[in-house]
Design a protein around this ligand. Structure first.
Ligand code: NDP
Length: 341
């Protein structure tokens, strides 16, 4: 059983050399009544939040994200098939998504809000690592529950071609909003406009003045900002928000590898402009997961919601795929195929 392990705690940007592989022997037997299942991992999801687990354990954030232990396999969201079951709700052959080890096989104890049985199999299975998994749920909850969107409003999404952003943009278009996204390459910007239906998009790396770029795209200002990157981008956005605007602070990937977070010059404007900034965690909305599936699966079947994935091949490619997120190497949702079936 090949496993990806963390070599030592990460400082600054994670590198492939922070990870290593080891193998262990898996017992192909799970005792009945143990509530555990042995699963074969098919897809692993590479997610920016995993960076928070790579640093030295910090007592102030320990409750939010359990740190990975050096020398031990890391873990994250994945899509898996049950091989042996000692759990009354799972039988051999069932498919599930949720937290598993970064390894070929895992023994897990399925838990509510951590593991979900896969019922709809007429859509690509890999979607449960992205569109129909944690990132999709994040887009859905973040947009509808946190942004309080209304038809005709202006919406800006950063890291817009990624796992979360590409769905947020499509949901906002379906609601009748004017939607602009930013991303870090021409290829990604083209995807936003041609594949996901954004009204406009720009490459933030080619804009010397982010505030001016936003002013160009939103001459009347921004009602809703779906925040994925933080830092200078957030500063520029606050300057361009409209009164009573809402900012859903989903994530701030530009800050995850910095020792000192970048300052926010325009924060005083949130009072004057009556802006609501709300952080949220998708985890708090997992009780809406069935509602999300009922909403989104028909749109996928009809081809009205689309999703782009960046698939790395084999568990050996997992560390490179994961660290690539922090350099924008992924085009669409980054996942790793461990085994196609
Ligand atoms: P993505 O698929 O968008 O991948 C990350 C992308 O971030 C990269 O491709 C890159 O795109 C961009 N990026 C990387 N470094 C920087 C930087 N320094 N400045 C600006 N952009 C950068 O990731 P996800 O869609 O999975 O996640 C997006 C955000 O949502 C993250 O902040 C993540 O932490 C957060 N999140 C929050 C959740 C919650 O519950 N609150 C749950 C899931 C995700 P580009 O080429 O465009 O720069």
């Amino acid at each position: 059983n090949k496993q990806v392990i963390l070599k030592d705690y990460v400082n600054g940007f994670p590198k492939e050399s922070n990870f290593d592989f080891k193998t262990n022997i898996v017992e192909f037997k799970v005792p009945g009544g143990s509530n555990s299942v042995l699963v074969k991992n098919l897809y692993l999801s590479c997610d920016p939040y995993m960076r928070m687990r790579m640093g030295k354990p910090d007592p102030s954030t320990a409750a939010l994200a359990q740190a990975y232990a050096p020398g031990q396999p890391i873990f994250g969201y994945g899509v898996s098939r049950v091989i042996e079951s000692g759990h009354p709700d799972y039988k051999k052959g069932d498919l599930l998504w949720g937290i598993v080890g970064w390894e070929e096989y895992s023994v897990i104890t399925p838990m509510t809000h951590m593991h979900f049985k896969i019922q709809h199999t007429d859509v690509p299975l890999s979607y449960y690592a992205g569109l129909l998994g944690m990132p999709g749920m994040t887009a859905y909850a973040g947009f509808y529950e946190v942004c309080s969107p209304k038809k005709g409003e202006t919406v800006y999404v950063s890291a817009a071609s990624g796992a979360v952003g590409q769905l947020v943009g499509q949901l906002a278009k379906m609601m009748g909003c004017y939607v602009v996204g930013s991303a870090g390459s021409k290829e990604k910007v083209d995807l936003l406009k041609t594949k996901f239906g954004f009204d406009d998009a720009f490459n933030y790396k080619e804009e010397p003045d982010l505030s001016a770029a936003l002013k160009r795209c939103f001459p009347e200002g921004i009602d809703i900002y779906f925040e994925n990157v933080g830092g200078k981008m957030l500063d520029a956005v606050i300057l361009n928000m409209r009164p009573h605007g809402r900012i859903a602070a989903c994530g701030m990937i530009s800050q995850y590898n910095l020792k000192n977070p970048e300052g926010i010059y325009g924060l005083s404007l949130i009072t004057y402009k009556r802006i609501r900034i709300q952080g949220f965690n998708c985890f708090d909305y997992f009780d809406k997961y069935s509602e999300f599936l009922e909403f989104v699966v028909p749109y996928i079947r009809e081809g009205k919601i689309t999703y782009v994935e960046d698939v790395a091949d084999g568990i050996e490619s997992a560390p490179a795929a994961l660290v690539g997120l922090f350099h924008g190497k992924n085009v669409g949702k980054q996942l790793v195929v461990v085994s196609p079936s």
